[in-house]
Write a protein that binds this ligand. Sequence first.
Ligand code: HXC
Ligand code: NAP
Length: 322
Amino acid sequence: MAEAAMAAPPDGDGDGDGDECLPRYRHLLCPDLLAGQVAFITGGGSGIGFRIAEIFMRHGCRTVIASRSLQRLAEASKKLVAATGQQCLPVSIDVRQPQSIAAAVDEALQEFKRIDILINGAAGNFLCPASALSFNAFKTVIDIDTMGTFNTSKVLFEKYFRDHGGIIVNITATLSYRGQALQVHAGAAKAAIEGAAGMAVLPVSHCCCNPSPEAMTRHLAVEWGPNKIRVNSLAPGPISGTEGFRRLGGKFAEQSKQFSAIPLQRAGNKTEIAHSALYLASPLSSYVTGTTLVVDGGSWLTSPNSFSALLDVWAAGANQPH
Ligand code: HXC
Ligand code: NAP
């Protein structure tokens, strides 16, 4: 592979803005890497979760894609099956409601008889200054991101992983590493899942200040390791062609050349996140647990965190759903 290609996005041109499968795909890893396995992917009907489902299926995995909108999931499932030839079961859940998760996991086990991988990708987010954020808005994001990750992990543990082992990958974010403006709700919600992983790169003298006693990934990795369950987080940076990118001012950042501050000088794409999830969900990472893989082109180290610029993006309504 040419040297420049090492930091270039694979199949970057075809990654697209919508929830479509890649028009072409060249395997970088063995196509049967996940053969015979089943992945349960919350948020699998759109954005990053959709691409994770696609890439897993292109590596021999069957998938269950789970979120609230069954109609969107059904459409996504059709596309995924057509592009990959693998099975994909759409199931409706609200990760805030454990009974809905339990029913979906029962349905998935009935259909596939096994679940090997859980991707916790469901999330809710929008730009909002803390002063304008209602109490219920903060709670809603905590309920979806933090509680939803715990609820789904616990249901999977009780129904299957406790006795068979498994792999959990929590999709988090780097927001809390530097206290991103207008993001106290999502930053707090994701930090509870992951802990301040970025702090691990600081000298030991700084680590004693690491305020992350409630890092779900580490707690569950420790507690469930003896059950042969690996638990890791994957923290994406700004990923183009996603709802998160649209809501959090990605277009503005692109237009105002802010991505030139990122060491790799660009936003990431969905396929790059899916490839990193594939690593964490496969035997390639068989001795990796309790950690966070930051996939952001070095973004959190150098990117601007401008309160006033983000206020402008917020005022312009970028956080409204598309
Ligand atoms: C301020 C808002 C708001 C907004 C909703 N609320 N949207 N407050 N700005 N844009 C408030 C509401 O007024 C309400 O509070 C409370 O939040 C709950 O709103 P509901 O609409 O009732 O909630 P719900 O229907 O459960 O929807 C959840 C949602 C919604 C998060 C608000 O946007 C959603 O379903 N999002 C899923 C898709 C998504 O967000 N994708 C992007 C993920 S990107 P009151 O007080 O009025 O009752 C991501 C990126 C992370 O996570 C990191 C990037 C770097
Ligand atoms: P997205 O397409 O909006 O993904 C969020 C998914 O969560 C949707 O499929 C949504 O489907 C589902 N969801 C929301 N609330 C739910 C609930 N209560 N119960 C079940 N499912 C629910 O956005 P995305 O940008 O691709 O984000 C995917 C993941 O990557 C998220 O965890 C996000 O925090 C993370 N992330 C994204 C970026 C980025 O730049 N995009 C950066 C860092 C981290 P329904 O509406 O059908 O429920």
